[in-house]
Design a binder for this molecule. Structure first.
Ligand code: BG6
Ligand code: MG
Length: 223
């Protein structure tokens, strides 16, 4: 039975893709490194440091630790300035109503994100108190696809992993959910091959529908 829903943040609650893109693009242009939307898509769900490593690998470039930290820090400062534009209306379609319906139905909610900027984003969206638990990149856990962030959410919520459904927009996040023993709902335009179910958006979703998705995924897993 579904007891808790764990939301990924970037790409599920709000789309920050373009801000990540703009911030990385400014830095990579300055450094003469190639960066485009296709590379940006590959960074979904991946931590900041791992993202920079992917960009360097694509460019077959090696740099020292100091320079690495300097670029990652400059990217984040620029990204945080862009996050200042976020407003509650930027929440993705259906998210606000879904959170409210889950609460009313007695299903617990959490945010499980690799982002260290989670507190700032939740504040901009006026969602700081909307969830029963938040576990993010500041927790010092291994990032997705490792299940650590989602397992920590289950512990914080006091629920067994098998009673949790994760909503994710990235392959790394779906893999993390499955590794945690949770059911995984993929959202967005990018097809996620390991998701138990894929939806274009959360518009019109509610607690009953998510419980049905969770139960169907469990039956398939047993079947
Ligand atoms: C994830 C994003 O939520 O957070 C990634 O999908 C990002 O693209 C990661 O790299 C880390 O974010 P931050 O805010 O800590 O740089
Ligand atoms: Mg995401």
């Amino acid at each position: 039975m579904l007891k808790a829903v764990i939301f990924d943040l970037d790409g599920v609650i709000v789309s920050t893709d373009i801000y990540h893109y703009e911030a990385w693009k400014a830095l990579t242009d300055r450094k003469g490194l190639e960066f485009n939307f296709e590379i940006n898509d590959r960074l979904r769900g991946i931590s900041r440091a791992e993202s920079l490593q992917i960009i360097l690998d694509v460019n077959q470039k090696t740099i020292g630790q100091r320079e690495f930290n300097r670029i990652a820090g400059a990217k984040n400062r620029r990204y945080r300035r862009l996050l200042g534009k976020l407003k509650p209306e930027d929440m993705l379609p259906g998210v606000k109503d879904l959170i409210a319906d889950l609460r009313q139905s007695g299903i617990k909610t959490a945010v499980g994100s690799s982002s260290r900027n989670t507190p700032k984003i939740l504040k901009r969206l006026k969602l700081t108190k909307a969830f029963d638990a938040v576990v993010d990149g500041n927790a010092g856990l291994k990032s997705k696809p490792d299940p650590a962030i989602f397992l920590a959410c289950a512990v914080a919520l006091g629920e067994a992993p098998e009673s949790c459904l994760v909503i994710e927009d990235a392959e790394a996040g779906i893999a993390a959910a499955k590794a945690a023993g949770m059911t995984a709902l993929g959202v967005g335009k990018t097809p996620l091959s390991s998701a138990d179910r894929m939806l274009a958006s959360l518009l019109g979703e509610n607690a009953a529908k998510l419980a049905a998705i969770h139960d169907a995924a469990k039956r398939t897993a047993k079947g």
